[in-house]
Each structure stands twice: as C-alpha cells, then as structure tokens.
Design a protein around this ligand. Structure first.
Ligand code: PLP
Length: 412
C-alpha cells in the first residue's frame, strides 16, 4: 500500500468532495468558505459554469497537441484574448505549464537577449521551486536550503519593506534604490546584469505591495542600463489586486510579464509576454515543455478572461478588497497581536507580531487552525510564517466577505 509523501503536509485536515464559487464542500459534510483559492488560482471561483463548459467542450475535441508540432485553436484564441489585456508593445506570448517554468523562461530570455549572466531579485521575493526559480526566491529558507548549489549569477537586493524597517514608504524606497545602485556599481555591474525580477505585491514573502516609486526606479535603471525588467505577476496578476496587472498601480510597463495561477481558473497554464523583438532573441527549442500551453487549459483560459470581463471581476476585486481591508483594519486595534494589515484588492494580509515587534508565527498558525472549526480556510505566508493571507475569488460577494470577517474574528 502506498501513502502520500510527508512532503505533502496539509495545512488543514479538509478533504474536498466538490466546490462551487467561494465554497468548498468537504467529505466530512462541512461547507468551508474558501479564502485560499488554491493559493490564488481559482480566480473566477470554483467551477465557474462557463469555465467548466469550455473545458468540457475542449476535452471532446483534443486534450493535448504539442505546440511545437501542431498548433491548436484554444492557444491562438487565448493569445488574441490576452492581447486585449497586455500593454501595447508586449505583443508576443510564450506558454508553459507552471509559474516556475515561466519564471525560468523569463530568466533564460533575459540572459539570451543581453548575453549577460546576472539576475537581480529582491528580498522576500517568491518565484517558484525549480532550482533556477528557487535561486531567485528569498521568501523563506525552506524554499532554498538543503539542495545547494543554487543557480549562479543571482544577486538579491533589499526590498523597500517600510513596515519591517519602521520607516515611511519614501525612505524605504530611497534606501532600497540606493542599495541597488550600490550593487550595480560593485558586484553586479550593468554590463553583467541581464534582468531584474520583482513581484508587484510580494506573495509568499508576506503580501507586501511593492511601492510604485520602487517599480518606477527599477524601470529607470532598466532603461538606462539595458537591463530586462521582468515583473512576476503569477500571484498578483489577472485582476487580483483590483487592476488587471499588479504593476498597473505603478504606471510602468515591464519588458516581460509573467502570468499563471488565475489565468485559467485552476487549469495549469502559464505565460510570458514580451515585445516581438525581445522574444525573438530566444530561438525555437530553447524554451518550452511537453505539456506547455495545454489545449484544455488554454480553452479554460479563454473562458476565464471572458467571464472576468463580462462579470466585471476586476472592479469587484477592488470594491470587495476595500470592504475586506476595512474589516481587517478595524480588527487591528482590537487584537494586540496584529502588527500590520496590508495588501491590495483581494490580496490582503494580517501580520502577527509579539509585543516587541518580532514575528509571531505561533499566533498566525493558531488563528489559521482556529478558523477551521469556523469553516473558514486561510493560509499563512511570509519568511517567518507569521502572516495570514486572504485570497478570495475575484467574484466573491459582499455577504461572503462579511461572513469571512465574522469567522476570522471568531478565530482570533
Ligand atoms: N511566482 C510567484 C509570484 C508565485 O506566487 C508562484 C507560486 O506561488 C510562482 C512564481 C511559482 O509558480 P508555480 O508554483 O506554479 O510553479
């Protein structure tokens, strides 16, 4: 008899029978309010009828056609549809299956395009678990320790985390940009630096919005030195923050956008978008994988983008996100263990700290566990595990937000 690997340690004892919208129906007969969305994946809610119908229809036509052998219609349609949401100029799209693979593809593209070896990522960033992506990741030691050597040519620069430094945002941005300039003037000169990779909101690193001024500073430096600016929108993209892309909050245009997770409401597909000129620096065969751009996942992606638009889900994420945030902010004064409340749109979080301000992971874990009998599913994150992240579907209702806040308060 085989058993599941202990690596698959579950955060909750829940076994899902089926799910719909914001709700998970478990085999124990309970109905859980799902504020985890499979880590920000089921963007249109569980089993949105349009997404299910599109996938069902596609399964009957063709499930898999390897995209370097024959092309299939869903990927062409997804590319056209995605084009409506991409900044002008980022008109070339490449597909993979997971976020990590897309991160790897973006790094490879930046290196191939510039002929330079180094990639600079930022403290607290999470970019995935393949060896290359883990090398860029500093959202927790568990993601990068025990299997070194990691990929070479990676430098980690400070992230402007105002709350952690106890500074205002402007000071934190000035500090982090100066540190970056220092890095570029010393161990990773522009002539050696292929790319910057950054999340618009740190995800696993603790749901920390990247200040607009910092993204603008990266854009300026990327332009000045011919460095490729890669924005990892795997968790923050596709409407999650209340704008279609997380970087829209900063008014910049990246050189490469990485997307995955919410793109197909739970079907595995990821993409990178860049200009045709930049994408042309990688040659056929240098990127990709057997399952990349799967036909059923692509059909689900087309349906996902259509319902996000038709049902105004990006706007809903903004409005419901404000409601959620107001509720969380009001808890801050009531519970001394809450050190910070932050996020953007429907990507909100609560950081727990001890009286002296040090991270309090035990309380975050206890709150997550206490939420289970309240039939509310939550996830922890952050380098110290002391942050609870709240990630409802983009079409969550106002009543569901209020129900979630009531259950969260009970758990606290
Ligand atoms: N990048 C970001 C910002 C992520 O949040 C994640 C996953 O959580 C990844 C990359 C890696 O994606 P995947 O787990 O699909 O490989």
């Amino acid at each position: 008899m085989a058993t599941l690997s202990p690596i698959l340690k579950q955060a909750t004892p829940v076994i899902v029978d089926h799910a719909l919208g914001s709700w998970i129906y478990a085999t124990d007969g309970k109905k859980y309010l799902d504020f985890t969305t499979g880590i920000g994946v089921t963007s249109t809610g569980h089993c949105h009828p349009d997404v299910v119908a599109a996938a069902r229809e596609q399964v009957g036509k063709i499930v898999h056609a390897q995209y370097t052998t024959v092309m299939h219609k869903p990927l062409l349609e997804l590319t056209e549809r995605l084009g409506d949401f991409l900044p002008s100029g980022l008109d070339s799209v490449f597909y993979a299956t997971s976020g990590s693979e897309a991160v790897e593809a973006s790094v490879r593209l930046a290196r191939m395009a510039t002929g330079r070896p180094n990639i600079i990522s930022f403290h607290g960033g999470f970019h995935g678990r393949t060896v290359g992506a883990a090398s860029l990741t500093t959202a927790g030691t568990k993601f990068r320790s025990g299997f070194s050597p990691l990929m070479s040519g990676v430098h980690i620069a400070p992230f402007p985390h105002a709350y952690r430094y106890g500074w205002d945002e402007e000071t934190a941005v000035d500090f982090a940009l100066k540190e970056l300039d220092q890095l570029l003037a010393s161990i990773s000169s522009p002539a050696d630096t292929a790319g910057f990779i950054i999340e618009p909101v740190l995800g696993d690193g603790g749901y920390i919005p990247t200040p607009a001024g910092f993204l603008q500073g990266l854009r300026e430096r990327a332009d000045k030195h011919g460095i490729v600016l890669i924005v990892d929108e795997v968790q923050a993209g596709v409407g999650r923050t209340g704008k279609f892309w997380g970087h829209n909050w900063a008014g910049i245009t990246p050189d490469v956008i990485i997307t995955a997770k919410g793109l197909a409401s739970g079907f595995p597909i990821s993409a990178i978008a860049a200009s045709t000129e930049l994408m042309g620096k990688a040659w056929p065969g240098s990127q990709g994988g057997t399952y990349g751009g799967n036909a059923v996942a692509a059909a689900a992606g087309v349906a996902t983008l259509a319902v996000i638009e038709r049902e105004n889900m990006v706007q809903n994420a903004l409005v419901r996100g404000d409601e959620l945030r107001a509720g969380l902010d009001s808890l801050k004064g009531q519970f001394a263990t809450i050190g910070d409340v932050r996020g953007r749109g429907l990507m909100q979080s609560v950081e727990f700290t001890a009286a002296d301000g040090t991270p309090d992971a035990a309380t975050a874990l206890a709150v997550q566990q206490a939420a289970i009998p309240e039939e509310l599913l939550l996830l922890t994150c952050g380098p110290h595990g002391n942050v609870i992240r709240i990630i409802p579907p983009l079409n969550v209702s106002s009543d569901e937000i209020q129900a979630g806040l009531t259950r969260f308060t009970q758990a606290l």
